[in-house]
Design a protein. Structure first.
Length: 88
């Protein structure tokens, strides 16, 4: 279910950040049927039987991040994570 608070948050984002965040949002909704969307800690969060992930803008690096709530539990079987972290 989509959150009006996330709609408002995305509306306030400058382009092209808004387009990228909306694209990630659509990917999440299509990849996880029944996912719930909420706005917490100034970011869109997605949950299904617990928190799954969130979309964030890192002001320090000027990049959009798709964060996993328990990313440390994910196996990096394709070698995509930044060395020594669970960042992609």
């Amino acid at each position: 279910m989509r959150s009006p608070a996330v709609d408002n948050f995305l509306f306030d984002q400058p382009e092209p950040r808004r387009q990228a965040m909306e694209a990630l949002r659509e990917i999440i909704f299509s990849a996880v049927p029944g996912v719930e969307e909420s706005f917490k800690w100034r970011a869109p969060f997605y949950s299904k039987n617990g928190l799954l992930c969130y979309i964030n803008y890192d002001r320090k690096y000027g990049k959009i991040a798709l964060g996993e709530v328990e990313g440390f539990l994910i196996e990096d079987k394709y070698g995509l994570f930044v060395h020594g972290t669970t960042n992609v």
